[in-house]
Design a protein around this ligand. Structure first.
Ligand SMILES: Cc1cc2nc3c(=O)[nH]c(=O)nc-3n(C[C@H](O)[C@H](O)[C@H](O)COP(=O)(O)O)c2cc1C
Length: 252
């Protein structure tokens, strides 16, 4: 693990095992992630904006590039150890956590447990590089592995699905013995906020990739606009995720 990140767990139990214990804690599970864009520096603000939520558990994933932006180099760029102490943050995960312990047959796998745990995955910011990899199906890192292994069928993760409309969580008891074709699929969402400079954004390949997420993926919703660099100043004044969600800007 790199020098600045905190441990995702200090227990003798492995991170994936601990994670599996908290599937049914009756909280909203937000898997909040950042890839290597300058907008990663807004991660602390996003977490702070969510700090008053009473039943929210946040687990963070940072790509190696994203972690460079949060090394305590300025007041608005605290180190990951500080981030881990913010209210509602229950874990911070980096690529190396996936391989922290030698895997043996039957062992739990971190990116699978994170996927199962999450009720919603937010990738804010999504870098141009990670956007391309997501669209291309690459999985060379913890975040990309979670996304690549996402349950696009909406059936696999049903036992741990939290319904925000009813605030009820399936504990899986009524699903025991049922086949995948006997349960109603419920797809968990992935929300992405692409963030890149104007040249990258205006590049033809970006439009194609966004179109894939918006048109072909059944699970991804793309929220763009105030988080991209060309209007970054405006974004800096408006850190509320809800604001971002309700004020998207067209990619064209
Ligand atoms: C200081 C700095 C700022 C960067 N800002 C951005 C950015 O805003 N958006 C972007 O897509 N890439 C940006 N990059 C480039 C990415 O960090 C680079 O493509 C990296 O490989 C992304 O890796 P990841 O997608 O695995 O996080 C920046 C790089 C540096 C050094």
């Amino acid at each position: 693990m790199a020098s600045n990140p905190p441990p995702s767990t200090t227990s003798s139990e492995s991170a994936p095992l601990l994670l599996s214990h908290s599937h049914n804690d009756k909280k909203h599970h937000l898997l909040l992630s950042a890839s290597g864009s300058v907008a990663t520096i807004k991660l602390p603000s996003i977490i702070s904006a969510l700090s008053l939520h009473p039943a929210l558990s946040i687990r963070l994933i940072l790509t190696p590039s994203a972690s460079h932006f949060l090394r305590g180099q300025s007041a608005e760029q605290p180190c990951l150890t500080s981030l881990a102490r913010l209210p509602n943050v229950d874990g911070v995960y980096l690529d190396e956590d996936e391989w922290a312990e030698p895997w043996v047959r039957g062992g739990k796998i971190l990116h699978i447990e994170l996927r199962r745990w999450a009720h919603l995955l937010v990738v804010a910011p999504l870098s141009a590089n990670s956007l391309a990899k997501v669209v291309g199906g690459f999985a060379d890192g913890l975040l990309l592995s979670v996304i690549r292994a996402w349950d696009a069928s909406g059936v696999l993760d049903l036992p741990y699905y939290f319904d925000p409309n009813t605030s009820e969580e399936e504990d899986g008891k009524d699903l025991v013995g049922k086949g995948a074709d006997e349960v109603t699929p419920r797809v968990k969402r992935i929300l992405v906020a692409p963030s890149m400079n104007t040249a990258m954004w205006k590049h033809p390949v970006t439009k194609k990739q966004i179109a894939v997420l918006e048109g072909e993926w059944g699970v991804a919703e793309v929220y763009i606009g105030y988080i991209i660099l060309m209007v970054f100043e405006d974004y800096l004044r408006r850190t509320d995720m809800v604001y971002l969600i309700h004020h998207p800007i067209s990619p064209s």
